[in-house]
Design a protein around this ligand. Structure first.
Ligand code: AMP
Ligand code: GLY
Length: 429
């Protein structure tokens, strides 16, 4: 098989790394890839949002399968563009990608199909309407820019001033661009978050192992939101009764709702959940795999990913093929100084080889660039040090031991990935 992977982050390095392990894969291209992917695939300099450019490349190279990492090409319609030409691709249509591309579309979908979600205080088209709607909201209130905003479009506001300030920046000053033309106001939930991602060919579905992301930049969930500073996976995240509830009240109604609305869905569907005292509730849908959740997920895959994805593209997902390593995995993100604000780049990275000598560890690259034999930083999230082990404690131990061997100027990372899970277990909960 010849495979085209679209994207250039840690998620895509995880996909490429896993796909390359398949005996049936002979060639992988990655657009645009990064400094680590370059060792495993042929990187091609095409922007992931450039559907026409990607189609022209596929026309020329004729990949047997295209796997889409990020949301932008999906929201821009790459799923339709490729399928219309008869090319196998993993990812939903432009219409289905609206589940991520428009939070108001997703909210209306959740309401229409009675899927547990946060009470909405309003979907607003102007700043004035949004200020007015705040009067009927209970604080804390969650304000969400409707469109894609690269992870910066959501604020949990505790005070009126904070809420008004965000609405002003998003709707009056247009700081987030077109994604902020409309906003959604909703009830704030409390609880632990869970990333529940499943793979579907439109008929059958297979849940991936559960993961938990760590979105805030600092330990103890402090500081601003990021794309994700680390993730872990263990089956303990999803006790059987909770799994049953999620499937019965969320996943199956979502698939039935898509079918009822005449929206076929093929690819990965990421359900961002809050586990509240009154059960799991949907915070968001993403029309793709998560980053860094994917790094923790691929580490536990015990099946041929290329084979399974080929089945999905042809509408023949065999769920029994998805087998998982027992135990746990962890991914610790090493970030550039300043991230998630303005960050520095071009720093030389050292210690990668020594880090990967630790059993079960793989340093998945995100914002890196190869220059000759050396690797330099080129993004905010630089590396996802990923490990797999029989227990979560062991997976975290080796990921952190590896992180300590890596160095670049002003590197920072969270020291408490997965710690909440261990304290939960220690207290018997
Ligand atoms: P979203 O992009 O909708 O997942 O929002 C990003 C993050 O904002 C989530 O991972 C949560 O941490 C937080 N969030 C979103 N919606 C809510 C909500 N209704 N209540 C509390 N936190 C939320
Ligand atoms: N890690 C969260 C996301 O991929 O959206």
């Amino acid at each position: 098989m010849k495979i085209l992977v679209i994207g250039g982050g840690g998620r895509e390095h995880g996909l490429v790394w896993k796909l390359k392990q398949s005996p049936r894969v002979e060639q992988i291209w990655c657009a645009p890839g990064n400094g680590g992917i370059a060792a495993d695939a042929e990187c091609v300099a095409i922007d992931p949002g450039d559907v026409a450019g990607l189609a022209a490349f596929a026309e020329k190279m004729q990949p047997d399968l295209t796997v889409v990492g990020p949301e932008l090409p999906l929201v821009n319609g790459i799923g339709d563009a490729f399928r219309d030409r008869g090319w196998a691709i993993i990812g939903p249509s432009k219409q289905a990608a609206q589940l991520e591309g428009s939070k108001i579309f997703a909210k209306e979908f959740l309401q229409r199909h009675n899927i547990p979600n946060a009470k909405m205080y309003g979907a607003l088209e102007s700043a004035q309407d949004a200020y007015d709607a705040l009067r009927n909201a209970t604080f804390p209130v969650v304000i969400k820019a409707d469109g894609l905003c690269a992870g910066k479009g959501v604020l949990v506001a505790h005070h009126l001033d904070e809420a008004r300030g965000f609405i002003g920046r998003v709707m009056e000053k247009n700081e987030l661009g077109a994604g902020g033309k409309r906003v959604l106001l909703e009830e704030a939930f409390e609880g632990d978050e869970l990333s529940f991602i499943f793979l579907t060919d439109g008929k059958s579905y297979a849940p991936l192992v559960p993961t938990r992301d760590h979105k805030r930049v600092h330990d103890g969930n402090q500081g601003p939101n990021t794309g994700g500073m680390g993730a872990y996976s263990t089956d303990d995240l999803l006790p059987e009764p909770l799994r049953k509830t999620i499937l019965a009240t969320i996943v199956e109604p979502t698939l039935a709702g898509l079918a009822a609305d005449g929206i076929p869905y093929q690819g990965f569907l990421y359900v961002g959940l809050m586990l509240t005292s009154s059960g799991p509730k949907v915070l968001e849908f993403n029309c793709r795999l998560g980053d860094p959740e994917t790094q923790a997920i691929v580490a536990r895959m015990d099946f041929d990913l290329a084979d399974v994805l080929q089945d999905v593209a042809s509408g023949n997902l065999l769920t029994s093929k998805l087998r998982w390593r027992p135990g746990a995995s962890a991914c610790v993100v090493l970030a550039s100084g300043g991230y998630p604000g303005r960050f520095e780049m071009g720093k030389k990275i050292e210690g990668l080889t020594r880090a990967e000598q630790i059993t079960g560890v793989k340093a998945l690259h995100a914002g890196t660039q190869r220059v000759g034999d050396e690797i330099f930083t080129s993004g905010g999230r630089v590396l996802g040090v990923t490990s797999v082990a029989p227990t979560l404690g062991a997976a975290l131990g080796s990921a952190y031991a590896a992180a300590e061997k890596i160095h670049f100027e002003r590197m920072h990372y969270r020291r408490d990935i997965g710690r909440h899970a261990s304290s939960l277990r220690a207290s018997g909960n």
